[in-house]
Design a protein around this ligand. Structure first.
Ligand SMILES: [Zn+2]
Length: 591
């Protein structure tokens, strides 16, 4: 299978194999399981996946890590003799049984407008320290780590989040990504945090405005180490083995859930199982291998399963993983648009074209946010997708649906309402076709379909903004020079790749494309060290330069600190410049 005609043939054959019988059976089975990580129902979910893989004769193994989780139990908020139901986000601090009692203070924020704003700290705009010391702060939105941290640092004794909508959304409020380390465990939340519904929240605000004396917050959670199951299927391509490449594509999603969790993420688990079936049936026509993983610990361990895998298979991933595909919440009812889909810039053509070809619909990109199971950025894996189809924006506005982080935009997300009718079988099939198309192209293209020129353009736009923000307060010319050098080298490299008289072997070209990911993904998406995990806090492009944004306010408010800030920026600029130079050397013809 070496010429492009047969790539097209294989794709046609793969698509002809698309059906949802196996997947739908999984969804029906999962609709009877509350897959809370570490608990019997979650293990039953893993057993179901494993039984299906065995039945279909697909190679697999089951890892059994102990994961550090926080399982939310009961919670409530009381005032003036009234008590309302609440949910504590995972990793909130439990209260004593009598609760935490303190005066309440309400700090409103404007409503979230889209997915990207879910994680934002809207209180940052106010500046200064919020007036919450010794108080129970009441605010709007989801209990996200950036906001929770702000109020803790300002001395709040407990926090109440008024979720939009009639139900309360489960969630997680720690910024620590996966298992904590001794370096970051002090970032664990230190206050009790709970969420309440909009109607109860409105009553609470009303009571506070009338001068309610005190609030009582109660929260119970079980925190500790829990035994989990992590199934991984491997489909060896015919091009793999026998001295050939061990390269594989990692396709993954979480199978633990909040409640029954059909839209988030039984539909994704069904998709993974169908992908295993389809690609296994075509394994002798695949150039590269496919690894499919189902994660536990996503919801109550901040992506603890995928992080455990990244930590424990780091070198296998570093050497052989050509890219990672995240599958969360496809195939949900009413989700017919592809207008808010994440992928890294270098996968732009692949993702856009796969969606267009598989569904006939255009797609719009969102740069991946620091969320979901994007646990491989600091290993340097090019990654694409997370959520896929969505209820069209116009429909959502018409029905007053506020932003959520899954279920195709259905506000049943992270509630007891995320049950069987959130899934849509036709939608599942449409999305499955998108995945089959994109995955097939990565597995079978002679040249890996990742164009790092686009990642460099994205970094160039960001660098221009940093240069403007820095003005004369920081010299970023060392980054500018190496980025321009890399652009030139990449132009020559891809020109050679695309020419009729290419001077390199496909193996050599693909190795370079993969090694470029190893260098450029951490630069584009990470602030911390390689093989570590940055916290789940908003991160911009080239996050190592993010301190540039604070230069001007530092000069105005704490000028004596400015030289220290500048020294740190200088060192990070050097780190970035050196990595860009390494990337250019890698692809240069005669280095
Ligand atoms: Zn999910």
């Amino acid at each position: 299978m070496t010429n492009s005609d047969s790539v097209v043939d294989v794709e046609r054959s793969l698509l002809a194999g698309v059906s949802t019988d196996v997947g739908w059976r999984l969804i029906e089975r999962f609709s009877t399981l509350v897959r809370e990580s570490g608990m019997a129902d979650e293990h039953a979910g893993a057993d179901y996946i494993v039984d299906e893989l065995s039945r279909m004769g697909i190679d697999h193994e089951v890892h059994e890590p102990e994961l550090f989780l926080s399982l939310p139990r009961a919670a409530s908020v009381s005032w003036n003799g009234r008590e309302c139901r609440a949910k504590p986000p995972a990793f909130a601090v439990p209260t004593p049984s009598e609760g935490v009692v303190a005066p309440g203070v309400y700090l409103p924020v404007p409503p979230m407008r889209d997915l990207g704003e879910i994680f934002d700290d809207k209180h940052a705009a106010g500046g200064g320290e919020p007036p919450v010391r010794g108080k129970i702060v009441v605010t709007n939105g989801y209990a996200m780590p950036s906001v929770v941290q702000r109020f803790e640092r300002a001395g709040a004794v407990a926090q109440v989040y008024i979720n939009p909508g009639a139900n309360i959304h489960w969630g997680i409020c720690t910024p620590i990504w996966g298992t904590p380390t001794s370096d970051n465990i002090e970032q664990k939340p230190r206050t009790p945090v709970v969420a309440v519904s909009q109607p109860d929240g409105d009553s609470l605000i009303d009571a506070l405005e009338r001068g309610a004396a005190e609030l009582t917050v109660r929260a119970a959670l079980d925190e500790g180490w829990f035994p989990c199951k992590l199934p991984v299927a491997t489909i060896k391509g015919a091009g793999a083995g026998a001295g050939a490449s061990d390269d594989f594509l990692l396709v993954h999603g979480h199978y633990d859930s909040w409640g029954i969790g059909i839209g988030d993420n039984a539909v994704g688990d069904a998709t993974l199982l169908e992908l295993a079936r389809i690609f296994h049936e075509h394994r002798d026509r695949l150039q590269r291998s496919l690894m499919i993983a189902w994660w536990p610990g996503h919801s109550t361990g901040r992506y603890a399963g995928s992080t455990w895998f990244a930590d424990n298979f780091a070198m296998q991933l570093r050497k052989h993983c050509i890219a990672a595909v995240n599958i969360d919440s496809p195939g949900c009812r009413g989700a017919t648009a592809y207008e808010d889909v994440m992928w890294m810039a270098e996968a732009d053509t692949l993702c856009r074209q796969s969606i267009q070809d598989a569904t006939g619909q255009p797609a719009a990109r969102r740069r991946p946010i620091r969320a979901g199971d994007y646990s491989f950025n600091q290993i340097g894996l090019t990654s694409f997708f997370m959520l896929l189809s969505n209820i069209p924006q116009e429909e959502r506005e018409k029905h007053g649906l506020y932003p959520v982080g899954g279920c195709g935009g259905n506000i049943a997300w992270h509630t007891e309402d995320d049950v069987l009718d959130v899934a849509n079988r036709d939608g599942l099939e449409h999305d499955l076709r998108v995945y089959v198309t994109a995955i097939g192209r990565v597995l079978n293209s002679a040249i890996l379909p990742f164009d790092h020129r686009l990642a460099v353009e994205e970094m160039d736009d960001a660098l221009r903004e940093y240069e403007n923000e820095a003005g004369d307060l920081a010299d970023l010319s060392v980054v500018r020079q190496e980025l321009d050098g890399l652009r030139t080298s990449l132009a020559e490299f891809y020109e050679d790749v695309e020419s009729d008289t290419v001077t390199q072997t496909n193996d050599s070209i693909n190795r370079k494309i993969t090694e470029l990911s190893r260098i450029l993904v951490p630069l584009n998406y990470a602030r911390g060290r390689r093989f570590d995990h940055d916290p789940a806090l908003p991160l911009g492009t080239i996050p190592m330069l993010s301190d540039v944004a604070t230069l001007k306010s530092c000069r105005s408010h704490t000028p004596e600190q400015l030289p220290f800030l500048q020294a740190g920026i200088r060192r990070n600029a050097n780190r970035i410049a050196a990595a860009l130079y390494d990337a250019a050397m890698l692809v240069r013809h005669n280095p």
